[in-house]
Design a protein around this ligand. Sequence first.
Ligand code: MBD
Ligand code: FE
Length: 283
Amino acid sequence: MTTMENPTASGSGNAATDKFKGERVSSDTSPERVAAIVKDLFAAFNKIVHEHEVTYDEYRVLKQWMIDVGEYGEWPLWLDVFLEHEIEEVHYDRNRLAGTKGSIEGPYYVPNSPKLPSKCTMPMREKDKVAPALVFKGQVTDLDGNGLPGATVELWHADEDGYYSQFAPGIPEWNLRGTVEVDENGRFEITTLEPAPYRIPTDGPTGWFVESYGGHPWRPAHLHLMVKAPGKRAITTQLYFKGGEWVEDDVAAAVKPELLLDPQPNEDGVAEVTYNFVLDPEA
Ligand code: MBD
Ligand code: FE
């Protein structure tokens, strides 16, 4: 059972599933395109079954595991950890984007976080301040480097224990989540906390899956961002920390060299870093 002291895989999984179900997504994919994708999907599946001579026991374990993933609400987690990175890369390439690189959204984004001024501190608890402060500043521009007033920088990240507000019990609703409204030059200066490496839940079917092949459940420390401006294409990305643990071996395969921060102490001794976001024009 999920309690204040004891967040669980099924608790965070089901919260992510409930949030996602609220969106009622759709796609205008043609039947011909579906047919082509399904054909290749089954061809790949059949090839794997034949090459590895997959047994009935293994097939039944797969069936049981898929049922478990659903019951723990972990499809958003499993899909975002293992498949989303490829979808994201294809999205950038097929749209011939030239702006800041994207990265996966993951299962823990929540829209409509509280608005914050261009120079701000993220909502946090006193206890979160065991983590060192991080001053994260920059400018949102178009492809020509013009500042974009009216842009917003949505930031969300885990607390020092690796939990996201709204996906673990006992955390204030908007802790470490905010929608920063940039200034008239597109600039922002956000004080937050240096995130810690993140371990995906190990007490549910995604964790069992990772264990089954001798993998590890870690993601490098990261900041999640969604950057939007009028008339521009929104980007969803993440920023990581140069030289950080798991940067070279992210379970979600979502690190890119363009997305590494290297904060340095400012005159107050606080870690500070500048990162500018470049947005492509709207499609
Ligand atoms: C995360 O924090 C995350 O960013 C992803 C991609 C998957 C699970 C948890
Ligand atoms: Fe994350």
